[in-house]
Design a binder for this molecule. Structure first.
Ligand SMILES: Cc1cc2nc3c(=O)[nH]c(=O)nc-3n(C[C@H](O)[C@H](O)[C@H](O)COP(=O)(O)OP(=O)(O)OC[C@H]3O[C@@H](n4cnc5c(N)ncnc54)[C@H](O)[C@@H]3O)c2cc1C
Length: 431
């Protein structure tokens, strides 16, 4: 009887388990080496524990990479429909919310358990608490762990990134890729909070607000996302902030100036209309009912001292309740002044501050808070349709270790499923 081809997968995450199931279905003997005690730890954190496992809008713009053609090719081999069919076959009932798919049970562990159960049903061997330290390739792969050397005909590295290292993905996969001749684009945190030392933030902390988050790099608009922005004591969070964070991280790493503008939806016309109707109100009360009081206070505090406009909120940082605002003629009044007493410049300055609250970003939060990493093993060093290495025969990669990161919305898992499927299939076929 012909000996079964032996495939080793490094990493029992989303992409590794998908690769293992696919290769086992093709008739291979498969072993997964996993450094932690448990498979699928990161899957269990996804979608706030509910697992947004794919999305029906698969526009390529949802994926960030230096090689979009590769990504298109891989996603084309395993679409979101195939993801749904794959998991339905394993018993997962999909629930769709505006194109975002979750398991109906709203439990992320259902996805990781379904994968593990299917892998075990197919005879995949899980070797947990096994840290791969070194890999050599002669005719076969020699995969060195602490105390034991595994051999394999083909190897799939699905060791994840550096994001959320508590789940096991500590970045050691990049070093393993390097041992086999691969280059890695510097990994940076993505889908992560943006941090700022702006003094308004501690007072805004806890506020959630529907707004555009506009990313400015060296003064030019670089990305814009709409959704619920969350203010934290040392920065900004929420999905729109996460969506622009990968670009912010790259720009900060390149030493560029990064700013984030928060723009609530009311336009100039709405504010003019409000002034016409409610101009008799004081600065302190004019926006009540339109914006949260924390936001109004921060906007008034943020108004820059501007002699021409006659506004005296020194340095834009003075926060006491009665910071004074000048009125035409140079006399001063406090924030109890009527809005219709402001001159046009003062009014414009007020509108500007409310409509565009701008924060200078000093850094992103760390890898331990990031959902994914941007950067990773360069796709151009792999064969386009199979994910086999051009440097080392029979070596494949899958998942987040590659230079691909998706937007929030099920894209990172869709990439894990698709790349895991492609790597598993071609590793099984031998090319
Ligand atoms: C909080 C959070 C929420 C998220 N929510 C979503 C969501 O709702 N939708 C979505 O699409 N994406 C989401 N993501 C992203 C998504 O979970 C990941 O992109 C995806 O799980 C990556 O899968 P992977 O298999 O490539 O890597 P991982 O899941 O990181 O798996 C890699 C595995 O390799 C193991 N390993 C690493 N190095 C070694 C080694 N040297 N030897 C042996 N084993 C090793 C690790 O222990 C780990 O188990 C979220 C991520 C986080 C952190």
């Amino acid at each position: 009887m012909q000996k079964k081809r032996h495939i080793i997968v490094i990493g029992a995450g989303a992409s590794g388990m998908m690769a293992a199931v696919t290769a086992a279905r093709e008739g291979c003997r498969v072993t997964i080496l996993e450094r932690t005690s448990k498979s699928g730890r990161k899957i269990e954190l996804t979608g706030s524990g509910k697992c947004n496992f794919t999305n029906e809008n698969q526009a390529l713009s949802n994926y960030h990479t230096t090689s979009p053609d590769y990504v298109r090719d891989i996603l084309g081999q395993f679409s979101h429909r195939q993801t749904l069919a794959f998991f339905e076959e394993l018993g997962i009932v999909p629930k769709c919310r505006d194109g975002y798919y979750y398991p109906q049970s709203a439990q992320a562990q259902a996805i990781s358990q379904a994968l593990r159960q299917e892998a075990e049903r197919l005879g995949v061997k899980f070797a947990c608490n096994i840290m791969v330290e070194r890999i050599e390739k002669d005719r076969q792969f020699a995969i060195q762990t602490r105390g034991y050397c595994y051999e394999a005909d083909a190897l799939i590295i699905a060791a994840g990134s550096m994001a959320a290292p508590a789940t096991g993905s500590d970045g050691s996969g990049y070093a393993l890729a390097g041992q086999l001749g691969h280059q890695v684009k510097k990994p940076l945190p993505a889908l992560v909070q943006l941090l700022s030392t702006d003094k308004r933030l501690p007072k805004l902390a806890g506020l959630r607000m529907e707004a555009d988050a506009v990313l400015l790099v060296d003064g030019a608009v670089c990305a814009r996302e709409h959704g619920e922005v969350q203010f934290i004591k040392n920065g900004l969070s929420g999905i729109p902030v996460f969506q622009v964070s990968g670009q912010a991280a790259r720009a900060l790493d390149a030493g560029k100036a990064v700013m984030l503008q928060i723009r609530p939806s009311a336009g100039t016309e709405a504010l003019e209309d409000r002034r016409a109707r409610l101009g008799y109100k004081s600065l302190n009360t004019f926006f009540t009912g339109m914006y949260h009081e924390k936001y109004i206070k921060a906007a008034l505090d943020g108004m820059k001292a501007d002699k021409n406009a006659g506004i005296d909120a020194p340095g834009g940082t003075k926060t006491e309740k009665n910071a004074r605002v000048g009125i035409p003629g140079g006399t001063k009044t406090d924030k109890n002044a009527r809005v219709d007493a402001l001159n046009e410049e003062q009014w414009k300055s007020l509108c500007q501050e409310v409509q565009d609250m701008t924060f200078s970003i000093s850094k992103t939060n760390g890898f331990e808070h990031a959902q994914v990493c941007s950067g990773g093993v360069l796709l151009e060093e792999l064969k386009e349709k199979t994910l086999e290495s051009k440097k080392t025969e029979q070596l494949y990669f899958a998942g987040e270790i590659l230079d691909v990161d998706g937007a929030c919305g099920g894209y990172n898992l869709q990439w894990a499923w698709a790349s895991g499927y492609v790597a598993g299939l071609h590793a099984a076929k031998g090319g």
